[in-house]
Write a protein that binds this ligand. Structure first.
Ligand SMILES: Nc1ncnc2c1ncn2[C@@H]1O[C@H](COP(=O)(O)OP(=O)(O)OP(=O)(O)O)[C@@H](O)[C@H]1O
Ligand SMILES: [Mg+2]
Length: 253
């Protein structure tokens, strides 16, 4: 059976004043429906480049992406996206930002409050983005992505600008939302512990230029997972060392 997400021989080259710059090459990855994949790699290696192609915001130079049997040719409501900073519409309340997504897929507007409650913002729907902290805004962004009920979620370092405590809370909320529907997820993160808590598979990218997949690690932890259970696993530190070791090798190369 074909995989839900098929990324085949993906490559991206930018034209620069000093000639073509190969950013990503030969990136091939198959993701099964319901799988949670984390993408890690050094800053500037091309993680966002790969993710923006999946989002339909950038076009590949070589290869292509098939999602649910259909080759993508632009953005669509079949994919929920979350970026590093929340990209809420500032003139709309939190609830209206979520309702907009619900409206795009023909879902009842009344569900906005449920999604906001699920990300820890019950009763705050009438606030405008400027009246919310960065962490709260990011929560609304996650609620909005889930409100599309997308089969695929694409998350680009969604928690990296948040303090450690807020980050942990949002990780738990993300897991709870994901456990309910088990959407397919591709998430970029710099945080090795976050990847080990969330992912079924961790895809490690080599450093650029011309970055590609260097190594793929299966995370053998049972679900549903708790932070405590994951940290208590005897193989946790071995897995962590493997990823950190790979990244260290890449910074020397
Ligand atoms: N439009 C563009 N034109 C030329 N080069 C670009 C363009 N967009 C990105 N790049 C280059 O592509 C490389 C990869 O960028 P990308 O944003 O994908 O990295 P990243 O792995 O997401 O990094 P970070 O972890 O810092 O977010 C960088 O060297 C960047 O300078
Ligand atoms: Mg990036």
């Amino acid at each position: 059976m074909p995989s839900f997400v098929e990324i085949a021989q993906l490559g991206k080259t930018y034209d620069t004043p000093s000639g073509p710059a190969v950013i990503v090459r030969d990136f091939t990855l198959y993701v099964d429906a319901g799988e949670f994949v984390c993408l890690v790699g050094h800053s500037g290696c091309g993680k966002t480049t790969v993710l923006s192609i999946l989002m339909g915001l950038a076009t590949p130079t070589t290869g292509g992406v098939v999602i649910g049997g259909r080759e993508i040719d632009g953005p669509g409501t079949d994919r929920g996206v979350v970026f590093q900073s929340a990209t809420l519409l500032p003139w709309m309340t939190a609830a209206d930002n979520v309702r907009l997504a619900l409206g795009q897929v023909g879902a009842p507007a009344g569900r906005a409050d449920d999604y906001l409650a699920a990300v820890g913002l019950p009763g705050l729907g009438s606030r405008y983005p400027r009246e919310l902290s960065a962490g709260m805004q990011q929560r609304v962004g996650i609620a909005r992505a889930f409100a599309l009920e997308p089969k695929l979620l694409l998350l680009d370092e969604p928690f990296s600008l948040l303090d450690a405590l807020t980050r942990m809370e949002l990780q738990d909320e993300l897991v709870a939302l994901w456990e309910a529907k088990r959407q397919t997820v591709v998430m970029v993160t710099h945080d090795v512990d976050e990847a080990l808590l969330l992912a079924d598979r961790i895809v490690m990218m080599t450093s650029g230029p011309a970055a590609t997949i260097g190594r793929v690690l299966d995370v053998p932890f049972a679900r549903p997972r708790s932070r405590e259970a994951v940290l208590a696993r005897p193989d946790y530190f071995w897995l962590r060392d493997t990823i950190v070791g790979f990244l260290e090798e890449q910074s020397v190369a």
